[in-house]
Design a protein around this ligand. Sequence first.
Ligand code: SAH
Length: 414
Amino acid sequence: MATEIRTPFEEQSAAARSARPQVRPRTEGWQQATDGDGRPLLQFASPKRGKPPVHLADMTTEEREAAVVALGLPKFRAKQLATHYFTHYTSDPAKMTDLPAAQREQLVQGMLPPLLTETRRLATDKGDTIKFLWKLHDGALVESVLMRYPGRITLCVSSQAGCGMNCPFCATGQAGLTRNMSTAEIIEQIVRANAAIAAGELGGDPRKGGQDRVDAERVTNIVFMGMGEPLANYKRVMDAVRLMVAPQPSGLGMSARGITVSTVGLVPAMLKLADEGIPLTFALSLHAPDDELRDELIPVNSKWKADEAIDAAHNYYVKTGRRVSIEYALIKDMNDHAWRADLLAEKLNKRGKGWVHVNPIPLNPTPGSVWTSSEVHVQDEFVRRLNAAGIPTTLRDTRGKEIDGACGQLAAAE
Ligand code: SAH
């Protein structure tokens, strides 16, 4: 345990706190959308667009059976269809030889309508990271990023086309919210990734730590860190989560602990999430411990302040026993000052021990942004100070930068 004596933030001299320049998050080269009062626009409601077709993954077991009966088939066919979809990752009638040939097409059309059209795929040189660009039924575009790590495969999924949270350092926020994604559109990203893995399309070494045996592989971890603010599309995201953890063939049979929900800090939804009784991993995108900066960096801070968001993250830990993470994109001379690391540590320690870890990530470049990531020695100092204060802190590995697939770079253009 570190027993270093540190000067509390309040007692530091103004000179010490301002020894490094303070860059303010003003946008240059592009304009941040504003509301009628000139403040950064926040969009919570999904703009009305044609609804995506209803899919088996939007239905409860009973609804699936009723839909199959409505198509003129006995209800046990629903389970067969679900098995094809959630266990074999297919929506291809030609592969469903256990279904009557004459009705296969109709059944698949009615129950497994196409939701995502693959428009482009980019892979890193090693092939262990793939970014998919998907077109939805109405032409809206979203992305997901598939990453192989030793012993696990992570898919970064989108929950909205675009995003209404308007964070100036994130490429997704710059274009605003197109619409919420449906539950099945969220799930389909995983099913399609699993199909790609099964077809041997994800590179990298599938062997686990030196073993020669290669098990059947699929996505093991989900991060809601693609496009969108998951807690602004709460119901569909939670329905998707329930399907991810439901045993096969009703759902994907994944572990809840391997699913991470990341939010910009929608406090009421965070409180609700803590009471769902699902042991998800929770991450708060804090990016600044002080409201003075966070007000400018995270527009939603106008509604829920940094302390309220931290309280709600702490509540998540209290209710679920799951250690939460704090995400912090390190931006040069903006939020990377040593005093901010100390203030963050102070605010986290004030609420208890062992409930949180911090995941700083060097800012990834986005188009039109003049901000850059912190210098390496500044990153190291930021991490060191938090660790010294007893807050476990690890710099996050950033994947897929060369294919614009890293955090904050998803903009989905053709
Ligand atoms: N809306 C959610 C999830 C999507 S973003 C949220 O904000 O948490 C996933 C993570 O990437 C968030 O922590 C987000 O703040 C971070 N991020 C956004 N833009 C980034 C950038 N340019 N560089 C590094 N991280 C970024």
